[in-house]
Design a protein. Sequence first.
Length: 623
Amino acid sequence: MTNIIQGINQVIDKLKKGQSSDGSWKYPFETGISTDAYMIILLRTLEIHDEKLIRGLASRILSKQEVNGAWKLFYDEGDGNAAATLEAYYALLYSGYVQKEDRRMIAAKRFILENGGMDNVNVFTKIMLSSTGQYKWPSSFPIPIEIMLLPLSFPFNFYQLSVYGRVNLAPILILAENKFSLKTKNSPDLSDLRVTRSGKYDWTIQSEYRSLLSAIKDGIEDLLGLPEQLHSMALGRAKNYMLKRIEPDGTFYSYFSSTFLMIFALLSLGYSKNDPIIKNAVNGLKSLQTDIDGLPHMQYADASVWNTSLINSTLQMAGVSPEDPVVQKANTYLLKRQHDQIGDWVIHNPNSLPGGWGFSDVNTVNPDVDDTTASLRSIARSVKGSPIFQDAWDRGISWLLSMQNDDGGWPSFERNTQNPWLDFLPIEKGEYIFGDPTSADLTGRTLEFLGNYTDLPKDHPAFKKAINWLFENQEQDGSWYGRWGVCYIYGAWAAVTGLIAAGLPAEQPSIQKSADWLKSIQNQDGGWGESCRSDSNKQYVPLNASTITDTSWAVDALIAVEDKPTPAIQKGIHYLLSSLDKDDWTTAYPKGQAMAGSFYIHYHSYRYIFPLMALSHYHQKFG
């Protein structure tokens, strides 16, 4: 079997060879087939005849179909996912390269109808269907567009939603108000996917929620009068919100979904299909194309900053010199991506200056805490003696500390946006889309950075408050819920390594409880594996198979806790070393999550980053 040094060197060599000419790493950010389907639907609706791309996307979608005709979001997702299957079915028919009579389409249609048909998919799929003429808009959308006019002092306002929620909601509000729908002569007829023929289009909105938001709307109108003028003002404000946040590549905040929705919202406001803003947006979406196994995939976002910061910091952790050209090129790339513009984050953090990093190559105004700590880890060993790096470091640390929530932990994008009113939003998955609360993974990773990479004293209030938050939010079994990874193993790894870095002894009860939990869920083969179903179930669900990434997280956490290589650690290391060249469904299983039951991420870089981290920590601590 490969030994530790050989394993470390094998991964280092692999990563070095994967660096791009600009210093970044462009490993795919893979999110299933929904973005591929939406791209086909968008191009066909706009009558943009990019046949090479459309044919390639159709081929990729077909390659992911299950034997029963369905599509899944992850390997162990039961029989399939109804929304993903409907989106794939629609896109394949609209592509023109697959016909309804095809046996694969017949099987897909059967699965859709058996699972409730068009009426039983999520609200976001319904919005896409409505915008393209396949589903009726409701008489009134559950959130009135007048929310755009509510002042910051109002307990429930547009800026109390997370930035991710806002950038998707603004175009949705415009579309819903205009009840916009655009079909072409080639639009497929999906009316046979309706299970109920009553004519009632169900958006699954409970009446008490609708009443709550109607009361807010009525309150605005009573307060200011002139409802029609207010309506026009709200539409204008939603439009301007989008236009002022278009990135240099033409995308709206660099996300696929918000850009897709913005294009349709602008069309609903009278923009031409050939308007430069829409053409640039389409080109921006096209730039998100990556190739996986010889077929095109539309990434939800570009992950270059995230990949680069994690890879470069881990290479240095593994012993690669800061003077190595690979490290220097990567750090030069990251320096150019540090933010110097004010973004929405300033609304809840008005006393700080820009200095964070965003997720993607083109992100200029939406920094996040995770990418900021990752980028700071990457440049940490280059700061001393370099005024340029020192300035970047100081600005980054300042922004990071300013983002700590009042509850003691860290959010992703904006501080102190948690609001009990969000629980009343009548949209499924609302807590994931519209909330940005403190999370264990962000708090743990920030503690790990501050404890291991800065000289901040361990009695600093930032440490104390974050430690207390983690103690108060530990699960009964000893794990923590990770917001951006799958899920409890990820949260436990982040929290444990953060608490240790913050100066807590390994014998501390919360740390020991988490370590005991990790050991209790180790698989017979020495690895660990967690199902994507954990996030929907809100408790740990075993995958009943091991993955390289889960094993790396669990082993890395145990290495931080133990003072010698225990049997659990040794078995985990053995699994990693014997799996470095593994290639099966477990190596493609999503380990990132954004929305429970709807949106999962397979980071192609993780299978290299986290084993290298765990192996390096093992070698440094135990020899």
